[in-house]
Design a protein around this ligand. Structure first.
Ligand SMILES: *[C@@H]1O[C@H](CO)[C@@H](O)[C@H](O)[C@H]1NC(C)=O
Ligand SMILES: *[C@@H]1O[C@H](CO)[C@@H](O)[C@H](O)[C@H]1NC(C)=O
Ligand SMILES: *[C@@H]1O[C@H](CO)[C@@H](O)[C@H](O)[C@H]1NC(C)=O
Ligand SMILES: *[C@@H]1O[C@H](CO)[C@@H](O)[C@H](O)[C@H]1NC(C)=O
Length: 337
């Protein structure tokens, strides 16, 4: 139910790429100026050498040391690279407690924490599935049962494309208490892992001056709370802080890295033996063409870096329909509780 924020191309670029582009632009501008004979003094061109832009500017991903959870607990379950999965957030699964099969027959289901019952999660376990429970950790959603516990001071700007949702202050003790209660609920319902969404407010107009450091601090808090219950945690998107927060997460949940040509940012998960649960939203879903599979399931061009990712092709609504990279399609039944 949460989705890709609809940002401009520039806003989506990783910090390192922005610095490189700025440096290239600076070289071009200075080159033109020199070529046109505009009087650049010797001191001026030495003092602002364009090549110094990328090397001297701090990068959040390389100057911050890796974060560690403050819990020595180990997650009871950690997913493997190349695991198969399905994600359905629009509606709860329609899964009778006497069900003996579920479609598709993948090993992991990522479903909404609030709308799915404990019975549904118990039934998934009986069917030998693991369950990742989704909730929005960094945005306010007015329709959630605990929505009245947020204060107005907790809430920032409206999410672009999601008029009902507001960015949350990740440093707020109240917000953190509410998220700890949600993680407790995940444990009570029997979830194996959590998928906390919208932890990358720093990449957006959030109205709260959120920084990458705020996200790193918040993710450290979330992972510690998850480990208190021996739950695994995924990192949702947030490609530019991967090097810092990789130790906090047991997997990645990524939206549209091929579409934005940024799969390389998530490849360190695979190197660390942690899966990347990768979603793309082809515009012609559910009637995909061979060219969609070639584009989103390849490992070169815009898909460079995605080797070993667990890719699903979905509609933006994240309903029960899914297509896998082998061209197999399935529709999970929804509408139960
Ligand atoms: C979590 O795992 C630790 C061992 O890593 C164990 O001692 C503890 O009882 C477990 N806690 C829960 C809540 O299952
Ligand atoms: C709201 O917060 C109170 C106080 O912490 C808590 O008792 C209550 O369960 C919360 N409400 C919901 C719906 O989670
Ligand atoms: C939030 O906490 C982080 C880490 O403790 C800190 O670096 C940052 O300055 C805080 N931000 C705000 C807005 O209070
Ligand atoms: C995952 O799948 C890819 C592509 O088939 C393969 O190259 C890789 O070795 C697999 N990795 C693991 C850990 O199974």
């Amino acid at each position: 139910m949460k989705p890709p924020t609809h940002q401009g191309w520039w806003a989506r670029q990783p910090l390192r790429r922005k610095l490189i582009l700025v440096a290239v632009a600076a070289v071009v501008v200075i080159g033109l100026a020199v070529g046109l004979g505009v009087g650049l003094t010797q001191g001026g061109s030495n003092g602002s050498s364009p090549s110094s832009v990328p090397s001297s500017a701090p990068s959040s991903s390389t100057t911050v040391p890796p974060a560690q959870p403050s819990s020595t607990n180990k997650p009871t379950w950690t997913p493997s690279v190349n695991s198969t999965w399905q994600i359905v957030l629009q509606d709860p699964l329609d899964l009778s407690t006497s069900a003996t099969t579920i479609t598709p027959d993948v090993s992991i289901y990522d479903i909404d924490l609030f709308t799915n019952s404990k019975d549904t999660i118990t039934t998934l376990h009986k069917l030998n599935k693991k369950v990742i429970c989704y909730f929005s950790a960094g945005s306010y959603e007015p329709n959630r049962p605990d929505a009245s516990n947020f204060t107005s001071a907790d809430k920032g700007a409206t999410l672009d494309g999601w008029p009902d949702e507001k960015w949350l202050d990740l440093n707020s003790t109240n917000v953190r208490n509410i998220m700890a209660a949600r993680i407790q609920l995940a444990a009570d319902k029997g979830c194996d892992a959590i998928d906390p969404d919208n932890i990358d407010g720093y990449q957006n107009n959030n109205g709260l001056n959120l920084t990458p450091a705020d996200s790193i601090s918040f993710l450290t808090f979330l992972s510690t709370a998850a480990l208190t219950h021996n739950l695994s945690m995924g990192l949702k998107n947030a490609g530019d802080i991967v090097p810092t927060v990789l130790p906090l997460a047991q997997f990645s949940v990524n939206e549209q890295c091929v579409n934005y040509a940024e799969c390389e940012s998530f490849a360190p998960f695979i190197t660390a033996g942690k899966p990347v649960f990768h979603i793309e939203y082809p515009s012609d879903a559910p009637n995909l063409m061979r060219s969609d599979l070639n584009k989103y399931c390849g490992t070169s061009g815009d898909a460079s870096g995605s080797l070993g990712f667990s890719t699903v092709l979905k509609k933006m609504s994240l309903d029960g329909w899914v297509e896998f990279c082998n061209g197999v399609t399935a529709t999970t039944g929804t509408g139960g509780s």
